[in-house]
Design a protein around this ligand. Structure first.
Ligand SMILES: [Zn+2]
Length: 271
């Protein structure tokens, strides 16, 4: 009898759950640095913790969780017929690498004032591009590794110099010889192609739509210009050590607006 009750409970759960599954699917990594790609009915409105999320004409949407995102969030979904659901999300916390270095001369810890105006102007331009919300789901092409090489730096790691915590590292560093071709990981529109930024040297920013913007840094050569569209796999430049870099490598980053995402998770998703 108990078994039968259990079965009935299970069946009634299914009756409720399966129409919902057609109305809302979420695929991705519910973890700090993770990207989630969703699908819902056209005309649906979605909010992540009260923040509106763009829903495309076919019901596609994306959102992501930054390095230090809360462990809980709520997805509010309002269908065209007025029905509303609140879906609690659990976001897994991560442990990041912390490296402490003490006894450094102070000049190595704080950058010289001389460059501050330039750094500010460059950062403002980068932030502006990261705020662009393009209604194109170019990201749907999926993600591939932009260059083969040794992983030399990971997302989220942080150095503490003379007791002062520095900005965490948000990229995935891939070490490869200078001149190695770098390809676009995903389809998108080139929003920036600059040969010499202070921190990131030769820098390309690609808009993948819906607030997803990637950055490719320290390039020795750029093959593309701002305004140009690139397909996944297309060569965009060459590995280098330009800007503040200690050796030839590609620093590859991805944002969903201000949320910093971990590119390494995307590669696992695509495979
Ligand atoms: Zn890096």
């Amino acid at each position: 009898m108990r078994k039968l009750l259990y079965l009935i409970t299970l069946l009634s759960f299914w009756a409720v759950a399966s129409p919902l599954a057609r109305e809302l699917t979420l695929n991705g990594d519910f973890v700090q640095g993770g990207l989630v790609v969703g699908k819902t009915l056209p005309g649906t409105q979605i909010w992540l913790d009260d923040r509106p999320v763009r829903v495309g004409e076919e019901g596609q949407f994306v959102f992501g969780f930054g390095r230090d995102f809360n462990s809980k969030a709520v997805l509010k979904v309002r269908f065209r017929d007025g029905r509303e659901i609140l879906k609690p999300l659990k976001i897994e916390k991560r442990q990041y690498q912390v490296e402490r270095i003490d006894g450094l001369p102070p000049s190595k810890v704080t950058p010289s004032d001389k460059f501050l105006a330039r750094i500010r102007a460059e950062n403002a331009e980068i932030a502006k591009i990261r705020s662009i919300d393009t209604n194109e789901n170019w990201f749907a092409s999926g993600w591939v590794l932009p260059v083969e090489g040794r992983i030399s730096g990971v997302f989220g790691s942080q150095r503490v110099l003379n007791g002062i915590p520095k900005r965490p590292h948000y990229g995935l560093d891939i070490a490869a010889p200078t001149g190695t071709k770098v390809i676009a990981s995903t389809d998108g529109l080139i929003r920036m192609a600059e040969a010499d930024l202070y921190y990131t040297g030769g820098t390309i920013m690609i808009d993948h739509g819906f607030g997803l913007v990637s950055v490719y840094s320290h390039l020795s050569k750029l093959y593309v210009k701002a305004g140009q569209f690139v397909k996944q796999g297309e060569a965009i430049g060459e590995v280098g050590s330009t800007g503040r870099s200690s050796g030839p490598h590609l620093d590859w980053r991805l944002n969903w607006f201000k949320e910093r995402l971990d590119p390494e998770l995307l590669l696992k998703q695509s495979n």
